[in-house]
Ligand binder design. Structure first.
Ligand SMILES: Cc1cc2nc3c(=O)[nH]c(=O)nc-3n(C[C@H](O)[C@H](O)[C@H](O)COP(=O)(O)OP(=O)(O)OC[C@H]3O[C@@H](n4cnc5c(N)ncnc54)[C@H](O)[C@@H]3O)c2cc1C
Length: 438
């Protein structure tokens, strides 16, 4: 039986379409559903879109319209059905998953569904990995979701306005100081894009002409972008340094206060902005699903991407510990390149005779703001404009849906000729009150 029936208890009973239930509509889950094509599946996701994270920093800087960095799941996976909600528990004996439906950031769940599956795919991804650093949870900003990117952009633009309105040069300097902790892809790309944005906008703030902006990049590792070959990583560091970015490697964050941060090198920096991008950890909800997990909370799968001891449950992506036959003894890192290749293998394994997953990375790419980038593709190491061009071309190729590609190309083309927009839209999500006393 397909389709929902509402039981008297208010609990919806459903059957997964095509018998395949996918938890998580991110890179891994979204691509599995897309690649399953007409076989069909049911996706459970908290959002109705897949976020294309590699271009998220460009949404933060305003180069790309935020809506263009996401792909609506209903368009991307035409033969799948979507249940908007949060998977909360799993009964592997009864082959059912309980989902809290109609959840949003601001409202409590108002419904629940029990979805029956024949085969289950766990693709619940990762969450930001924070440490018990004093003040971090209260004052730090994350950079993982579309909401984070929009918030960060508005926050940075607001700091410009506050600096312009500041009563003293010290206050203005504090507003124009930005500290990023975590020098992987997310931190480096976000810092590069946002510092470009501020450089673009500074001519509209004549009062800030003599106030130096301060951008600080902190990482516990001895170099930035450890995933990238040393020569390209060094180039990225030089590029940032030329723009005045203060790079502090082998350094950790000690504490965060409302208006300052303290680092392990003893320095105390006055700032209103601490962005935390220091790694991810497997989605903690997996701990409640009763699946075998490794010491890092990742679902343990075999080379077929099947969960250990459970023939009808499969897992992939950032939330899974995936062995790769092309790199014996090493598990896949949490990247969308790997999630995509795992999804390709899994869609085939769910449709025919399962074969082991095997993927050798073809390269790595990253942008460093406007017209600068690094790319290590098929042994070719490109940097500068060429690196930037190759990075963009790669993302454009990977982005699903022609309409999305066209929207992104249009945004990129417009940004070649015009500067970024500086409207601060922090009031979005807070509509004007109709009460006449406000
Ligand atoms: C800012 C940023 C930049 C990045 N840049 C790059 C890059 O340039 N190159 C690269 O290779 N990788 C990059 N990555 C990493 C890449 O995004 C991840 O490796 C990839 O998204 C992993 O896919 P996933 O499906 O496992 O997880 P996700 O894409 O995170 O998807 C998990 C999904 O599960 C959903 N979910 C969570 N809990 C529940 C629940 N209880 N019920 C239902 N759904 C739930 C989430 O809402 C989400 O949609 C970047 C990541 C970030 C944050």
């Amino acid at each position: 039986m397909e389709g929902p029936t509402r039981a008297q208890t208010g609990l919806q009973q459903r059957q997964a379409r095509g018998g395949i239930l996918i938890l998580g509509g991110g890179f891994a889950g979204g691509y599995v559903a897309r690649l399953l094509g007409k076989r069909g599946s049911t996706i459970v996701s908290r959002e109705n879109f897949m976020l294309y994270t590699p271009i998220l920093p460009e949404a933060a800087s305003g180069t790309l319209e935020p809506r263009h960095v996401v792909v609506p799941l209903r368009m991307m996976c035409r033969h799948s059905e979507l249940v908007l909600g949060r998977a909360v528990s799993l009964d592997t004996a009864a082959r059912t998953v309980r989902v809290e439906t109609e959840v949003s950031a601001s409202t409590a769940p108002v419904g629940a569904a029990e979805i029956h599956y024949e085969r289950l795919v766990i693709a619940l991804g990762a969450v930001a990995r924070t440490l018990p650093i004093p003040g971090l949870a209260e004052h730090g900003l994350g950079f993982k979701s579309l909401a984070d990117a929009i918030y960060l952009r508005n926050h940075v633009l607001r700091q410009l306005e506050l600096a312009e309105a500041a009563l003293s040069a010290d206050d203005a300097k504090r507003h124009l100081s930005f500290v990023f902790v975590g020098a992987g892809y997310a931190g480096v790309e976000a810092l590069a894009e946002l510092s470009d944005l501020l450089r673009d906008t500074s001519r509209f703030y004549p009062g800030l002409k003599d106030i130096r902006q301060r951008w600080v990049l902190v990482d516990a590792a001895p170099k930035i972008l450890p995933e990238i070959p040393t020569r390209l990583g060094d180039y990225a560091a030089r590029e940032l340094w030329k723009r005045g970015v203060d790079i502090r490697v082998s350094t950790t964050l000690e504490s965060v206060e409302e208006h300052a941060v303290t680092l392990s090198d003893g320095s105390r920096l006055d700032t209103e902005t601490l962005v935390w991008t220091a790694g991810v950890k497997a989605n903690p909800i997996q701990g409640r699903l009763g699946l075998p997990l490794d010491d890092r909370g990742r679902v343990v799968v075999n080379s077929l991407l099947q969960v250990e001891g459970l023939g009808d449950v499969w897992a992939l992506g950032d939330g899974a510990r995936v062995p790769n036959e092309a790199t014996p003894g090493r598990f896949d890192p949490p990247t969308c390149q790997h999630a995509l290749r795992q999804a390709r293998r899994l869609a085939k394994n769910l449709s025919g005779t399962p074969r082991p997953y095997r993927y050798r990375m073809l390269g790595q790419v990253a942008t460093l703001g406007r017209h600068k980038g690094i790319a290590d593709v098929l042994g070719l190491r490109l940097r500068g404009f060429l690196g930037w061009f190759v990075t963009r071309t790669y993302h454009l190729y990977q982005l699903p849906l022609l309409t999305r590609k066209l929207r992104v190309v249009t945004d990129w083309t417009v940004s070649l000729f015009f500067r970024r927009d500086i409207a601060e839209l922090g009031m979005l999500g807070h509509p004007t009150s109709l009460r006449d006393d406000e």
